[in-house]
Design a protein around this ligand. Structure first.
Ligand code: BGC
Length: 244
């Protein structure tokens, strides 16, 4: 089945039609930059623009950077606060006149990696983390997702969440070298190892493409690998997550 997968991020939304049997994009992905913080209504217009770009007439799956229960958004740490409590499934379906369903963006990336990427065919506990504007997490046991895990929001001192210190955005904000930033990430991952004992950690987000520059500084007991899909995981997984 072909589904339009869309990944809503802090600075843009990206999408492409996906063949859910193979996990392959059926067209080049299209990116719409979102300067400023879009309200839900403005985001609905941007989603509609993306669907029109592909002349799309089928179902749409969207990854959103927040907790999602039954297409209702419950948290929005880095996007507009009006998303909190918003039935985005309803809003976006009305705007596009197409069936739209939503999933957490890191869960989407994890679903793509476990089905077709770095976690394919593996049993045990897999923890995927995305390092971007925030830190997203997806937890799998024997291929089954525990939805809406939010390990980026573990308290990390000074009244702030872990993502404030270990996201890729935090590295940029503080101008940290890969070494300095990786030391922070290492400590954070050690905490997660202590409570979750994963068999594999998959690192995603744009910064995972540079893994050769920072994996070497991590001191972990768990094997860590970069996400296979890199920037496409969120799009592919958002399409895969649509219930048929
Ligand atoms: C959000 C998560 C999201 C992550 C990555 C966090 O701030 O709470 O839901 O997965 O950012 O976008």
């Amino acid at each position: 089945m072909d589904i339009l997968g869309i990944d809503i991020g802090g600075s843009a939304l990206k999408g492409a039609p996906v063949n859910t049997k193979t996990g392959k994009l059926l067209a080049e992905r299209h990116r719409i930059p979102t300067p400023g913080v879009l309200t839900p209504k403005e985001m609905a217009a941007a989603v509609t623009k993306l669907a029109r770009h592909f002349h799309w007439k089928g179902p749409i799956g969207i990854g959103f950077p927040g907790v999602v229960h039954d297409n209702v958004i419950l948290t929005s740490a880095n996007l507009h606060k009006d998303f909190i409590g918003c039935d985005a499934g309803k809003l976006f379906s009305k705007a596009t006149r197409l069936p739209v369903s939503l999933v957490n963006d890191a869960d989407a990336a994890g679903i793509a990696e476990v089905r077709f990427g770095a976690g394919k065919g593996l049993r045990g506990t897999i923890l995927l983390l995305t390092f971007g504007t925030g830190v997203g997490s997806a937890l799998f046991v024997d291929g089954r997702l525990y939805p809406n895990s939010e390990f980026g929001h573990l308290p990390a001192g000074k009244g702030k969440d872990a993502e404030h210190f270990v996201s890729a955005a935090a590295r940029d904000r503080k101008g940290l070298s890969y070494k300095k930033w990786a030391h922070r990430v290492s400590g954070y991952l050690n905490t997660l190892e202590t409570v979750l004992w994963p068999n594999l950690i998959i690192a995603g987000g744009g910064i995972s493409a540079d893994h050769e520059k920072w994996f070497k500084y991590l001191k972990l007991r768990t094997p860590i690998v970069p996400a296979r899909f890199l920037n496409e995981a969120g799009i592919v997984g958002a399409a895969l997550a649509v219930k048929k």
